[in-house]
Design a protein around this ligand. Structure first.
Ligand SMILES: Cc1cc2nc3c(=O)[nH]c(=O)nc-3n(C[C@H](O)[C@H](O)[C@H](O)COP(=O)(O)OP(=O)(O)OC[C@H]3O[C@@H](n4cnc5c(N)ncnc54)[C@H](O)[C@@H]3O)c2cc1C
Length: 370
């Protein structure tokens, strides 16, 4: 069978795209190398900009009582802190629950899933794409790549060269009494740790650290936490008071923040496969969701004959660059800033003197509802 659209990667970008396209009447297949449900390293804070779209693609989400987050706190290791109200704010939900709900919705609508299936190669033959997987070939008229940050399927030469450090991400789910409407970011030498609530009165405790700091403690996570994270007394207090829901944290290595190309000869890229934002901005998921929403619209225009394939590529590329290039650059700058305690201190001082500046930066990171 030839599909209208094949999507490689069923994460927070690929799943909503599959639902959105299926609802518009297209035959869609998702090739996903893993399965559902599963945990992923993520702060699990979603900007309110995506709330309406997520509810549209997955109405079952409206039935959940999710924590709405409207306050922000930033601290440095030497007890300086800045707090503010978030204008747009966000909500909390675990990736485990969210992706599973999106998967079930997509399956219910008739999206075809090839799970535990890895896409290995892409061939563009005339007007169709043949995707080679470990379980056989699949053919489609259009191909979307939502394979995340570490795609094995990128056209050579289309990715910005990686310079600078790599980061490691570490996540726990915990239980502890805290304000459900507050997201906290606590700086420590080499990184920062966020905590915000998700479903069922749990909180997501997630940090990102320059991998050199992990190397310095022989790759021991408990040692890393004791040596660096606990320099911030807020983190020491949280780690000591928390009841840990998993025995071991979920971890990911090799994180970097590159801008790639949203369109190449063989695919339309969305989510982290097109470019990844540093988590300090807390907005990578919304970037994936927003690109899914715009790509579904643009693909619909193409299949209904309103635009040519060339225009489809131009329109999507133009949207992506306008919306996200500068946000990724800002996120990289803030990432660098938040790695160094003295810079975090200076930022907090500055924000306390000029709170409007903080509001401006946060506004830049959050986008507009769609
Ligand atoms: C430490 C950390 C904290 C973060 N915190 C937040 C936060 O609080 N809020 C926020 O909005 N964002 C956050 N982010 C960013 C967010 O997690 C990402 O932007 C988001 O996961 C991107 O989704 P995606 O669907 O593009 O990629 P992914 O979620 O990585 O999904 C890609 C999918 O593709 C599949 N895949 C890959 N290759 C293949 C292949 N060859 N064949 C088949 N399948 C394949 C994978 O199995 C995976 O399921 C954080 C990121 C990090 C690292």
């Amino acid at each position: 069978m030839k599909y209208d659209v094949a999507i490689i990667g069923g994460g927070i970008a690929g799943l909503p795209l599959s639902i959105d396209l299926k609802k518009r009447g297209y035959n869609v297949a998702v090739i996903e190398k893993g399965n559902y449900p599963r945990h992923k390293v993520c702060g699990e804070y979603i900007s309110m900009e995506s709330y309406t779209y997520l509810q549209r693609v997955c109405p079952a989400l409206t039935e959940l009582k999710l924590p709405v987050i409207s306050n922000f706190k930033l601290t440095s290791g030497d007890n300086k802190e800045f707090t503010t109200k978030l204008d747009l704010g966000g909500f909390g939900i675990s990736r485990y629950l969210l992706e599973d709900m999106l998967f079930k919705e997509a399956e219910k609508l008739g999206v075809v899933f090839m799970l535990n299936t890895k896409a290995q190669d892409i061939n563009n033959v005339g007007e169709e794409y043949v995707i080679k997987t470990n379980k056989g070939d699949i053919t489609a008229s259009l191909l979307c790549n939502a394979t995340g940050r570490k795609s094995n399927l990128r056209t050579p030469g289309k990715t910005e060269a990686h310079k600078g450090p790599n980061y490691v991400g570490i996540k726990y789910h915990v239980k502890l009494p805290r304000n459900a409407d507050l997201i906290e970011i606590h700086n420590f030498p080499g990184g920062y740790c966020g905590i915000s609530n998700i479903e069922d009165d749990k909180a997501c405790l997630c940090y990102i650290v320059n991998s050199e700091y992990l190397n310095k403690v022989n790759n021991s996570i408990p040692e890393l936490e004791k040596t660096y994270l606990f320099k911030n007394k807020n983190l020491k207090k949280i780690f000591t008071a928390a009841e840990f829901v998993f025995n071991e944290p979920v971890t990911v290595s090799g994180i970097n923040f590159l801008i790639k190309e949203p369109v190449t000869d063989d695919s339309f890229y969305l989510g982290d496969a097109a470019g990844s934002m540093a988590p300090i901005i807390g907005n990578g998921m919304s970037m994936g969701l927003r690109s899914a929403s715009v790509l579904a619209d643009t693909i619909d225009h193409y299949f209904s004959g309103k635009i040519t394939k060339h225009e489809l590529a131009d329109n999507y590329q133009g949207f992506w660059r306008k919306e996200f290039s500068s946000r990724i650059k800002l996120s990289r700058y803030l990432q660098k800033l938040s790695e160094y305690s003295f810079l975090t201190r200076r930022t907090i001082d500055l924000f306390n003197v000029f709170p409007a500046l903080a509001k401006g930066v946060i506004k830049q990171t959050h986008g507009k509802p769609f």
